[in-house]
Design a protein around this ligand. Structure first.
Ligand code: MN
Length: 239
């Protein structure tokens, strides 16, 4: 199958997985960098992830313009994706979500960090971006490139950036990798919240995080999760 066709199918699968695993609801989105043009990315039109179909996927330039003159309403926050691809040539896929379990860590001084091994991919440091710092009183949405680039600056070289009172954006070296990170973000946050109630928390060490992060994005174990979640989400036929 053509690389672009497969990438479009993968975007649909990614959307369905995030919805089925409860990482997104009507809101939140996932994109992949265009397989043949690093200056473009593929993202659904403005539609709930659970409902996204092949025909919904639109090609955007990094500034967030639909390249083929598609006039269907896009996601207001598509600038998150383009700004991260622009800043990070190593990144091939981006997820933005509002998963509830993560939100307490966006509004409190307690840092979110990986405490369970399946979440080690989220990286050792998760910076928190507050849109108010540079843009004052907004509706908290990332609605232009200036805001997207500011978010990408806070992400820096990390894998995930938390967004104050809003959610998170995750950047992966492949779509299966970023989906896996996004699925385990709320799991890890829930475990950490529960553990904090019990007392002192023993987080993963930097060396432990590094040991896991050195796993290649094309490792068979990554594919295993991707297939499993796709089947659970009812879209195995798209694999
Ligand atoms: Mn959002």
């Amino acid at each position: 199958m053509d690389k672009l066709d497969q990438a479009i199918r993968d975007v649909v699968i990614g959307n369905r997985i995030l919805a089925h695993e409860g990482v997104v609801d009507a809101y939140g989105h996932v994109s992949v960098r265009h397989p043949r043009d690093s200056g473009r990315y593929l993202l659904s039109r403005s539609r709930a992830p659970e409902l996204v179909e092949l025909g919904d996927v639109i090609e955007f330039d990094l500034a967030g313009n639909a390249v083929a003159g598609d006039t269907r309403p896009p996601y207001l926050e598509r600038f998150i994706h383009g700004a991260i691809y622009e800043a990070r040539p190593d990144i091939q896929a981006v997820v933005h979500a509002h998963a509830e379990a993560v939100l307490p860590f966006t509004i409190s001084p307690t840092p979110l960090r990986p405490v369970v091994h399946m979440a080690s991919f989220i990286g050792r440091h998760l910076p928190v971006w507050d849109i108010r710092d540079r843009f004052g009183a907004t509706n908290l949405l990332v609605v232009n490139m200036a805001q997207g680039r500011d978010l990408a600056r806070t992400l820096g070289a990390e894998r995930v950036v938390l967004m104050r009172g809003h959610g998170f954006s995750a950047a992966g070296r492949s779509l299966p990798e970023v989906i896996r990170m996004a699925v385990y973000m709320p799991v890890n946050a829930r475990v950490l919240l529960e553990a904090l109630r019990l007392g002192e928390v023993k987080a993963l060490s930097p060396d432990e995080i590094e040991a896991h992060a050195s796993m290649k994005p094309e490792d068979p174990s990554m594919r295993r999760g991707w297939e499993y979640w796709a089947a659970r989400a009812g879209c195995a036929e798209l694999l």
